[in-house]
Design a protein around this ligand. Structure first.
Ligand code: NAI
Length: 685
């Protein structure tokens, strides 16, 4: 079908000088490979006339940042990318791709369809299609192995990794790394009368079969359960087949099928949702400049935040309560950096720079040169409020203050501060240098430029921001609490913890809720329940099992057991817990029922969906898609399911309503019902 439903974006400019054609791809802001670009390239290649060669180059910041994903949900219009590549290969002159910025997905496939590739040292090249539920569809699985070998190609394609121009040259993907003027270098390269060199005609390099097997097994393990990863592995392996035309057709067919799969739609939803989540409608304030950070509290979170800032090139001053605690935290931080270097994750030069950029003090007055100070002290108002008061009284008015509180009411925390407009929540996730999610919390009094500074910091740290208003647990922890509560209710009503975990994992969660509780410790939620005891709805069902576990000293892995025992460091169902659950059921007068995996999954998801609807109605989250971004980036929700609201939007609406009715009336008395239908309409629209 050759209908074109998406709008056409971009143009290609052709200029011929001294027998060399320059085709400039111009589709701001990132030169996405759109229908107009594909058409423009074919027309420009045909219009080159008699030239010694042609250079493909991107205008602006990049070569081609990838294909225009907006086109992928509908039939693609002619010409498709393989036809553009065929035109490059059929051109009677050599074509060079001159790569700067990024060349990803279809962008790199186009470059692979050229005879040669020149790149800047810091250019980023990659084939991220598997992370979007697809496989490369324009020869990426066939041409890349011909240049790099299949082992490297498996790593790049199945890991969706980006490599630099320098690394690409080492692997044979790029012919020349050019410092300075890239276009001039490409023209000089062609001036040396290069022959045609069609990559698809090259032989795939011989490689050790055992090493190839193990690379394929590793990729399959990493992508377990994902059909598109298995498909990518099969195609890369098939590149050794001399009948390249057939394998290319096979690859294209796999791509066409996968791009319309449920996984691909869900992953594209997240792709766009993630870009949107970093913005606030109507916010046009400029962020304040940040070049030095203060971190107060050198515990689990403070150290992680410090590592994240140091890795982004920001100097950090760490504050602890006394000299001893400071020495301990700084020592642990230095050790962590050194260990990172020993594992090859940090260069010697970066280690030296980061160690130099780290300092410590026990005095707040030494933070006056910091532009942003983040507190990560104990989760107690009696500690945080005096600290914020001291910070506000001591720091220059332009310094932004962030609090990493998980649950406390930031509005109440800052109410007495003259400088409350400079305070916002910066809720990191543990480990803070690894986890991508950052909830940027906008208190009632947070100034717009302070909010913008939080969003800019997220970008600088390579984090995924989501903006939240103040609420107990903000977006993520509040939804997760509803999910965990539902898991506990399932256990009270008859399911075993391991059954609930297995159902969640079968849905795609990295770990089930009880395994997660044991890992992070049951005491945090216990403290929260105690805090909420006075205001709890007496009509709502309350599961006493986790309290009983805590009272029995079963706080999770750190105490040797929680919901499970850990005899060999692996979770095993516990006889003690089974007895404790039976007691709780008896006391609540419950006759245990049995639940199948699908019912468990639906109940867990519906609990999330309902809480999400409430958060939207309360204005805590800005948009439905932000909730999906939160769950997919911070809570192990399977990305290929698109997030809880995307999942729900794919279900028949009456089914969701029926599930809500069932939970609300039959099982969960006192259950607050969110305006779910409106929420899902927003996503469908
Ligand atoms: P932690 O107990 O590991 O560290 C707190 C540190 O703050 C300790 O080293 C303590 O000596 C120091 N401290 C306490 N009062 C201080 C003061 N007045 N001045 C300087 N330092 C002081 O706690 P953790 O886990 O790092 O949590 C810190 C904050 O981050 C809490 O608000 C917590 O709710 C929040 N958070 C925790 C997460 C986690 O997974 N642990 C996740 C996200 C947020």
């Amino acid at each position: 079908m050759n209908t074109h439903t998406a709008p056409s974006h971009g143009t290609v400019h052709l200029e011929v000088t001294d027998g060399i054609a320059v085709l400039t791809i111009d589709n701001p802001p990132v030169n996405a490979g759109s229908h107009a670009i594909r058409k423009g390239l074919i027309e420009a290649l045909r219009s080159c006339g008699e030239v010694r060669g042609a250079v493909l180059v991107g205008a602006g910041k990049s070569f081609i940042a990838g294909s225009d994903l907006r086109e992928f949900g509908a039939p693609l219009a002619w010409p498709e990318l393989p036809e553009v590549i065929a035109a490059c290969e059929a051109a009677p002159f050599p074509v060079v791709a001159a790569i700067h910025g990024v060349a990803l997905g279809g962008g790199l496939e186009l470059a692979l369809g050229c005879d040669y590739r020149i790149a800047t040292p810091d250019a980023k090249l990659g084939l991220p299609e598997v992370s979007l539920g697809m496989v490369p569809g324009a020869g990426g699985t066939q041409r890349l192995p011909r240049l790099t070998g299949r082992i490297a190609a498996l790593e790049i394609i199945c890991g969706a990794t980006r490599i630099t121009g320098v690394k690409a040259e080492v692997l044979g993907l790029v012919d020349v790394v050019a410092e300075g003027d890239l276009l001039a270098a490409a023209k000089r390269f062609l001036a040396e009368d290069r022959p045609k060199r069609v990559v698809a005609d090259l032989a795939v390099p011989e490689e050790d079969e055992t090493a190839l097997e193990s690379a394929a097994a590793k990729a399959l393990h990493k992508g377990r359960g994902r059909p598109n990863v298995a498909e990518a592995i099969r195609l890369v392996r098939a590149s050794a087949d001399p009948d390249v035309v057939s394998v290319l057709a096979d690859e294209r067919a796999a791509f066409q099928k996968l791009r319309l799969s449920e996984d691909a739609f869900a992953l594209r939803h997240l792709f766009f949702a993630e870009r949107k989540a970093g913005s606030v409608d109507g916010l046009d304030a400029k962020p304040r400049a940040v070049s030095a950070i203060g971190v107060i509290g050198g515990g689990t979170m403070g150290q992680g935040i410090a590592r994240a800032c140091l890795a982004a090139g920001l100097p950090v001053t760490l504050v602890e309560r006394d000299a001893e605690a400071l020495e301990r935290s700084l020592g642990a931080l230095r050790e962590a950096l050194q260990a990172k270097q020993a594992r090859g994750r940090l260069s010697e030069a970066a280690l030296t720079a980061q160690l130099k950029a780290l300092s410590g003090t026990t005095r707040i007055s030494e933070l006056t040169s910091c532009d942003l100070v983040i507190e990560a002290v104990f989760e107690e108002l009696s500690v945080k409020v005096p600290l914020l008061t001291e910070l506000d009284a001591t720091l220059p008015p332009e310094t932004v203050i962030g609090t990493n509180t998980s649950y406390l009411d930031i509005n109440a925390m800052v109410a007495g501060l003259p400088g409350r407009s400079r305070v916002l929540g910066l809720h990191f996730f543990s480990p803070a240098d690894v986890m991508r999610l950052l909830e940027v919390v906008r208190a009632e009094t947070t100034a717009n430029d302070v909010l913008a500074t939080g969003l800019a910091l997220a970008k600088r740290l390579g984090k995924q921001p989501v903006v939240a208003r103040v609420a107990e647990g903000f977006i993520g922890n509040r939804i997760y609490a509803a999910y965990r509560r539902r898991a506990e209710l399932l256990v009270l009503d008859g399911a075993a913890p391991e059954q609930v975990d297995a159902a969640a994992e079968a849905f795609g969660f990295a770990m089930g809720p009880f395994a997660v509780s044991d890992m992070s410790g049951l005491d945090i939620a216990w403290a929260m329940r105690k805090r909420q005891a006075a205001t709890r709805d007496p009509a709502a069902r309350y599961v006493t099992i986790p309290d009983r576990l805590c009272e029995a000293g079963r706080l999770g892995r750190k105490t040797g057991g929680g919901w499970y025992d850990y005899p060999e460091k692996r979770p095993e169902p516990s006889a003690e817990v089974t007895a404790l659950i039976a007691d709780a059921r008896r006391e609540a007068g419950i006759t245990p029922r049995s639940f199948d995996a699908e019912t468990i999954q639906r109940q867990l998801l519906i609990a999330m969906v309902n809480e999400a609807a409430l958060l939207l109605a309360e204005g805590v989250a800005q948009r439905a898609s932000d909730i999906d971004v939160t769950l997919a980036n911070g809570y192990g929700f399977p990305r290929w399911k698109g997030g809880p609201l995307w999942w729900a939007a794919q279900q028949p609406a009456d089914r969701i309503e029926a599930d809500l009715d069932a939970l609300g009336m039959a099982i969960c008395h006192g259950f607050a019902r969110g305006p779910v239908s409106d929420t899902l309409e927003e996503l469908k629209g």
